[in-house]
Design a protein around this ligand. Structure first.
Ligand code: GDP
Ligand code: IMO
Ligand code: MG
Length: 447
């Protein structure tokens, strides 16, 4: 069994930590970049020499020539979105010929009725909350993620990428699926134009045919790559606290977006990973509903939002902002098995007199815990216990080494490393590839 030389990149908060930037950076040291979970709910931004790319389904490694990119079986693929992303990247001069991109024939397909179901259920639940019931709307991205994974688990009504290649198979399946979906959508109050299985089969077969050269058995392809001593880089989408099993359920996404999703989402054993870089935003953000103990609804949160341009890559929604929850990050680093951290958007914190970390929670009965509470109801009751540290005045976005950082910024990094028990490998001080500091085994990396 091959072990070692592969890296996982995973978000340790509620998403948008800057995973895309780090995957793009580390792509230079790897041969194959692999998405294993999620779908177009992800929005990964990469900035190269001032040029901004927003990727949803394509692995961020697509921007580095000569890298192979894999969309693994654990991903849910909207074929229309994938084709439009391929076209828009190619229009910018990056060629994606077959062989450079492999899409699993077992990845499940996001169909139009999945997106309608996602949006309709959110509307029904938000309406119930407005009438005073518990708020069970999640604030999804409406990309059809939940309903597609539900069909996967449900099995009989699911459609996989390989199915798109045979119109007769697709048609037979859709005859049954459309009849059932029609009734379900109507029950949710959606006025649907009758679903037409023949038209849908023809349309999705055509989309599949356009992707035919990319669709393959990625499990064998990945094992073959390991056999050739290729180095793999796993690109986590969403983030550990949104993991269906280990996040703040039910306000999570529908896949295992911690590193624990890598084996089922790729067909590789976990032993191939010997380095896991946890991506941590220097403060906290969350999009959608759900508890966020360190959220700041006042001036500080607003200031972070404006300085950090905290508006969603996928939906444009303003992100909820607040301070860094070290209890949460330590939990995620533990679940994901992080071997190092990359601390992102440190530049956004310049100019605050004081910065705050959450280092424990106080519960309504007065007890204090420094353990994370992945149950949303319990986490919603947690009051953060703060540790306050001095901020720094100067902008740091042109810093190129740890020596260029103010001592307060280094102390901030040191505190994160010490609390989480994980060294800091990278500090990021701006969106561009160039605005990245590789931390030596000195300041900021002591545990
Ligand atoms: P991802 O989903 O984890 O890949 O993160 P997103 O791309 O959704 O959000 C991160 C945002 O922060 C993007 O707009 C990045 O270009 C930007 N970004 C990444 N690193 C830094 C940084 O160190 N400083 C600043 N100011 N922006 C950054
Ligand atoms: P990246 O990869 C931030 C959130 C949604 C919603 C919940 C469920 O860019 O970090 P879904 O559409 O998945 O059913 O929504 O999860 N969410 C994200 N938030 N970044 C993401 O991805 C997210 N992917 C899902 O906002 O609260
Ligand atoms: Mg994002």
């Amino acid at each position: 069994m091959h072990t070692g030389s592969s890296t996982a990149v995973v978000g340790l908060q509620w998403g948008d930590e800057g995973k895309g930037k780090i995957v793009d950076l580390l792509a230079a040291e790897h041969d194959v970049i692999v998405r294993y979970n999620g779908g177009a709910n992800a929005g990964h931004t990469v900035v190269i020499d001032g040029e901004r790319y927003a990727l949803h389904l394509l692995p961020s490694g697509i921007l580095s020539s000569e890298r192979t990119c894999v969309i693994g079986n654990g991903v849910v693929v909207d074929p229309r979105q994938l084709l439009s992303e391929i076209e828009s990247i190619e229009a910018r001069g990056i060629t994606i010929q077959p062989g450079r991109l492999l899409v699993s024939d077992r990845a499940h397909v996001v169909m139009p009725y999945h997106k309608e179901h996602d949006a309709a259920l959110e509307t029904v639940l938000a309406g119930a909350a407005d009438r005073g019931d518990e708020n069970l709307s999640i604030g999804t991205t409406k990309r059809g993620i939940g309903p597609t994974y539900a069909d996967k688990i449900h099995r009989s009504l699911a459609i996989r990428m390989g199915d798109l290649l045979d119109e007769a198979v697709l048609r037979r399946r859709l005859d049954i699926v459309c009849a059932i979906r029609q009734r379900e959508l109507e029950a949710l109050g959606v006025e649907v134009t009758p679903l037409d299985p023949a038209a849908l089969a023809a349309e999705y077969h055509t989309l599949g045919a356009r992707l035919r050269d990319f669709i393959t058995d990625t499990v064998y392809a990945l094992h073959d790559a390991l056999g050739e001593n290729k180095r793999l880089l796993f690109e986590g989408a969403n983030a550990c606290l949104l993991d269906i099993d280990h996040g703040t359920f039910p306000y999570v996404t529908s896949s295992n977006c911690s590193t624990l999703g890598i084996p089922p989402g790729t067909g590789l054993p976990g032993s191939v990973i010997d380095r896991t870089v946890g991506i941590v935003k220097a403060y906290g953000t969350r999009v959608g509903e759900g508890p966020f103990p360190t959220e700041d609804l006042g001036e500080d949160g607003a200031r972070i939002r404006e300085r950090g341009h905290e508006y969603g890559t996928t939906t444009g929604r303003p992100r909820r902002c607040g301070w860094l929850d070290l209890v949460a990050v330590r939990y995620s680093a533990m679940v994901c098995g992080c071997t190092s951290l990359a601390v992102m958007l440190l530049d956004v914190l310049s100019g605050f007199d004081e910065l705050k970390f959450c280092t424990a929670y106080r519960m309504p009965d007065g007890t204090v815990t420094d353990r994370f509470l992945p149950d949303a109801r319990r986490l919603a009751q947690a009051e953060p216990i703060w540790e306050t540290v001095p901020g720094w005045a100067d902008e740091i976005d042109s810093a190129v080494s740890a020596d260029d950082l103010p001592h307060q910024a280094l102390a901030y990094l040191d505190r994160i490393a010490a609390f989480v028990g994980c060294p800091i490998e990278i500090a990021s001080v701006g969106p561009d590839r160039k605005q990245t500091i590789r931390m030596a085994q000195s300041a900021g990396s002591r545990v």
